[in-house]
Design a binder for this molecule. Structure first.
Ligand code: ADP
Ligand code: ZN
Length: 724
């Protein structure tokens, strides 16, 4: 047989199919070891055929890797080919998405354990009466069957070896799958769906459209809808994919999933060790587990016969990949859903403008859940005007209103969450007296402060502005270029409330496999009164005793230099506010801002998504920002400046040709240095485009694939979330 093999080297020179001779037992999708350039490299069998166009004496032979099942099933192979064509990256890179890294590097040692079982009936054994341990072990085995030798030996020391020597027990080696969630407690809760939830499930199952948008307020019980859909699939023998943002894989979520689906669920997340991740993947591949749960990469789960794909918090920015191939999780999910003829369910309290627009236009089905399960109104949001606080001489991070609420909360033995917005932190100039924010005259997005050059820049058109020494609106001198960290907030709190138990959660405190989990668990067990944190605490958590949420700097993300900053701010406030008052008690939210008249904040405090959406969509239309256009950035990066410029020139010439041939498809086209010229010793150049017609997109990818060379990386980003 001849195997068409892709070698696992992510370089454009080796990015093609090679013919090899192989044994007849090799199947499509399996990993092989291929002699290549004097070395043995791993590869994948893409297709099999009888003959090759090359003379047989020129063909080498591939060897099997010894996997029990081919690493890639037919669906994954087909999907990989589609993605390769779409994003024009080396095939090896796309294939890698489908495998746990550990499998490629061969670093996981599968864990084996010895198990003992009786080799003959206990009556036939001739054991001395005094051999107490051997008797004990034999009786145990007779009663319990096959048992872990380590376990037996600890209960009956020395018994296993002695029994084996006499031929009374048989020892077998078996693969023991690691259980990453030993510490997760499971409590099974049986629930009947509310009429709203039932209606959502029914619509999703019967509506003919592939994409179903579940727009439900926080606490409306979306999770239960997802779990019901997954359970239905399981009953029908189908598999499911359930995607959540990484930080939503909270202890509550894990235990709920474990309790509901037990070993049928494989949970993949970054906190797992290499071995654990491999095991979970393997359970999916063998079909032992039928539910893949995880962050965006779980969309590549090795499943067959998928019955439903769920993307929770669909608006979350973590669904866009930041390294090649820069796939969009939604696009991949849609391909898989169509291939399997199943539904793709998107859930959110604050859908992205793009998704909502498509639902409004009827392309997606739109299901609303407007009420919280506990029938309580959403928490009241009070705006605290920080300009007034500054004018009054309050230079702390806490407004009078927030302090008052914290005190009330503490005295009533309830819990509070204080949220600090780190996104966009220290990037924008804001006047602390009037709330003025510096914006680009042409693009209407906030300018970003570049400390190294001492200037302000617009990331959308490249214009530079001088630094400000005073506010152009009120002539005030209290300009802030920096935000505050969680550490300082926690310290301030400790000083104000010495007896309160304060917990901090941010990137510094959540290292280690279970750091995240431990902090949340401590808080859930009411071993702390106040939780201070960043974006990480915004989503998914369900703490019944929390009645107060403080948003310390609501406008920080509003002024992030991104056309989506309004959308992000609305989403963030809604999510964070949703943490308050989830049980019996009515919740409250204090939102601190330097810009209390801001429209986005106003819509957010009223939970008026529809109003926000209408306002936002007309702004986007007026400025021709997505979804009315597509922003495409071609980045050229590399350590050698000259080589980068060469590569840039090469792509630029071709892109410019494309532009001049199709001027009506471009709204904007420009070559420039990236706003941050160098990151980690790599020079960065970009060609920034805004397209009103995406039919030129495949050609843009093709041009960039051509220009890729050893010393310069050329990548394409679509609607990047960060233009720095
Ligand atoms: P969402 O994901 O929409 O924010 P959740 O799924 O977290 O909302 O549900 C909010 C709360 O309601 C949770 O505490 C959940 O356990 C509870 N809940 C959900 N569905 C039901 C139901 N059918 N009966 C009782 N409680 C429910
Ligand atoms: Zn601009």
């Amino acid at each position: 047989m001849i195997a068409e093999v892709i070698v696992d080297i992510a370089a454009s020179e080796t990015d093609r199919i090679y013919d090899y001779i192989c044994d007849d037992n090799i199947v499509v999708g399996s990993r092989v070891r291929a002699p290549f350039g004097g070395k043995i490299v791993p590869g994948f069998v893409m297709r099999l055929k009888e003959t090759s166009d090359f003379p047989p004496e020129r063909l080498k032979k591939v060897l099997p890797c010894g996997d029990e099942l081919p690493a890639l099933n037919a669906e994954c192979l087909a999907l990989a080919e589609k993605l390769t064509a779409r994003y024009r990256v080396p095939k090896a890179l796309t294939l890698r998405l489908f495998l746990p890294a550990e499998m490629r590097t061969g670093k996981v040692r599968e864990l084996y354990r010895n198990y003992a079982e009786l080799a003959l009936p206990i009556e036939e054994m001739k054991l001395a009466k005094t051999a107490k341990n051997q008797w004990g072990a034999a009786v145990y085995l007779a009663e319990n069957g096959k048992t872990d030798c380590a376990h037996l030996n600890s209960a009956y020391p020395g018994s296993v070896a002695a029994l084996e020597k006499k031929g009374y027990v048989k020892i077998t080696k078996e693969q023991r799958l690691r259980d990453p969630y030993k510490t997760v407690t499971t409590e099974k809760v049986e629930r009947t769906l509310t009429p709203d939830q039932q209606r959502a499930v029914d619509t999703i199952c019967t509506d003919p459209r592939t994409v179903q948008l579940l727009h439900g307020v926080t606490g409306s019980g979306k999770t239960e809808v997802y779990l019901t859909l997954i359970a239905k699939c399981l009953e029908e023998g189908k598999s499911s994919i359930f995607l959540v943002p990484e930080i939503s894989l909270t202890p509550q979520m894990l235990s709920q999933l474990r309790a509901r689906f037990g070993k049928n669920a494989a949970i993949l997340h970054s906190g797992l060790s290499a071995g654990e991740r491999f095991d979970e993947w393997w359970r999916l591949r063998t079909g032992e587990a039928k539910i893949a749960i995880g962050a965006r990469s779980a969309i590549f789960a090795p499943l067959e016969n998928v019955g439903v794909i769920i993307v929770d918090e669909e608006h979350d920015s973590s669904y866009a990949s930041e390294s090649a191939p820069r796939y969009n999780t939604f696009d991949v999910a849609l391909l898989r859903a169509k291939k399997n003829g199943c539904k793709l369910v998107l859930g959110s309290a604050t859908p992205s403008v793009e998704t909502y627009k498509r639902a409004q236009e009827g392309e997606f089905s739109l299901i609303r859940m407007d009420k919280r399960i506990n029938k309580r109104p959403l928490p009241e949001i009070i705006i605290a005007d920080m300009r007034r606080e500054v004018r009054r001489g309050n230079n702390s991070s806490f407004s009078g209103a927030l302090k008052e609420e914290i005190e009330k909360c503490l005295s009533e033995d309830k819990q509070a969450i204080l949220f600090l917005n780190r996104r966009g932190y220290s990037q924008t100039v804001i006047c602390k007296e009037c709330g003025y924010v510096a914006k680009c005259e042409a693009c209407d997005v906030s300018l970003t402060y570049h400390r190294d050059e001492g200037c302000l820049k617009c990331h959308y058109c490249g214009t530079k502005y001088n630094m400000l020494s005073a506010c152009p609106d009120c002539q005030g001198k209290k300009l802030s270029y920096a935000g505050t960290g969680t550490q300082r907030i926690a310290a301030e709190l400790e000083k104000m409330y010495p007896t309160a138990r304060i917990l901090r959660m941010d990137n510094d405190t959540t290292s280690g496999k279970e750091g995240h989990y431990k902090i949340l668990k401590t808080f859930a067990e009411k071993k702390a009164d106040i939780l201070v944190g960043t974006q990480m605490i915004a989503k998914g958590h369900d703490f019944p005793a929390v009645t107060l949420v403080g948003i310390l700097d609501a406008d920080m993300s509003l002024h992030f230099s991104d056309y989506r900053s309004g959308e992000r701010t609305f989403q963030l406030i809604t999510q964070v506010a949703g943490r308050s008052g989830r049980a019996e008690e009515q919740g409250k939210v204090v939102l601190q801002t330097f810009d209390p008249e801001n429209e986005v904040l106003r819509f957010a405090t009223r939970y008026d998504y529809e109003g926000f959406y209408q306002n936002e969509v007309s702004l986007r239309a007026a400025m021709a920002f997505p979804p009315f256009s597509k922003i495409v950035r071609v980045m050229v990066t590399g350590e050698d400046d000259k080589k980068c410029i060469e590569a840039l020139r090469e792509v630029y010439v071709e892109l410019e040709r494309l532009y001049t041939e199709n001027p009506d498809k471009f709204l904007f086209f420009n070559k420039m240095r990236a706003p941050i010229k160098r990151i980690q010793n790599k020079f960065r150049y970009q060609v920034l485009m805004r397209l009103c017609d995406t039919s030129v997109l495949p050609e843009i990818y093709a041009i960039c694939a051509e220009a890729r060379n050893r010393d310069a990386l050329v990548s394409v980003e679509e609607n990047p979330s960060n233009l720095s």
